[in-house]
Design a protein around this ligand. Structure first.
Ligand SMILES: [Fe+2]
Length: 269
């Protein structure tokens, strides 16, 4: 017997679906959205996240006020849900990001690993940027559809920057490099990814790590799990390794330990 999805989340998902359907058509995005919402018919239970905000969340209220002008029901349903969410940020900047990026952004995973609804097969989340922030280039295995709820622009592959406008969509094919940026107002967008039952790992897989533990700030909203795949970037020689993993906001580097020696030989081979 499956418990029911909390109404506060179901209402947000219903409003998101309506907004995506009434957004100007993009056939590939339509199929992506169908995959997401077909999977979301089933509720998978709470993800045991610990709600928390970041300093960049100061930009949320003006962003939602702006979105309410055209998307009142969706913005209100997100505002009601938001106290249950865990806001996170990428720990490092990236050469393609603006200098104000790290403290000028916040992401929240709503549905996904360790999110408010915990599951691996679908990710739904939001990104918030302060004014004049450029998010770093990133890519991931699952295809992805963004719903823009603010002014702002998106870029992917070799194409020019594109401003879908409030209520417009932006679709990313699997693994395409992409980014987004705010103008002189806060940027707010909702994203959804149909991951499938086994999340694909796009990085070269040197091995499957068992018992991976990571050190440093636990700014991710979920823990890496035994069996998560990553790529070793650097061997520090003192028992620690920098490993790059996939996560919904792009790629992240973690310092990990607990690699048995015999596994390390396979890694370097
Ligand atoms: Fe993305």
């Amino acid at each position: 017997m499956m418990e029911k999805r909390p109404p506060i989340l179901q209402d947000f998902l219903d409003q998101l679906y309506d907004a995506l359907q009434s957004s100007p058509g993009l056939p590939e995005a339509g199929r992506c959205i169908d995959r997401v919402f077909t999977a979301l018919v089933d509720y998978r239970g709470p993800g045991q996240n610990t709600p928390g905000r970041l300093p960049a969340c100061a930009h949320l209220a003006p962003a939602l006020d702006n979105a309410r002008l055209s998307h009142r029901a969706l913005a209100d349903s997100f505002a009601a849900l938001e106290p249950h969410l865990t806001w996170t940020k990428r720990a490092q900047s990236h050469p393609t990001a603006s200098a104000n990026f790290v403290d000028g952004h916040a992401n929240a995973l709503i549905v996904g690993p360790g999110a408010y609804e915990g599951r691996d097969d679908v990710w739904v989340g939001v990104s918030l940027l302060a004014p004049h922030v450029r998010y770093p280039d990133h890519n991931h295995g699952p295809e992805e559809t963004y719903l823009a709820l603010s002014e702002g622009k998106f870029q992917h592959g070799e194409e020019d920057w594109y401003a879908p406008g409030i209520g417009g969509k932006f679709y990313n094919t699997p693994n395409i490099r992409h980014a987004m940026a705010s103008g002189d107002k806060p940027f707010f967008a909702i994203w959804c990814l149909p991951v499938g039952e086994r999340p694909p790992v796009t990085l070269p897989k040197f091995k499957q790590f068992d018992n991976v533990r990571y050190r440093g700030p636990t700014w991710l909203s979920y823990d890496l799990r035994a069996g998560d795949g990553g790529a070793i970037l650097e061997v520090y020689g003192d028992g620690y390794y920098e490993v790059q993993f996939d996560y919904p906001g792009g790629l992240t580097n973690k310092t990990v330990d607990a690699f048995p020696e015999e596994q390390l030989e396979k890694l370097s081979g």
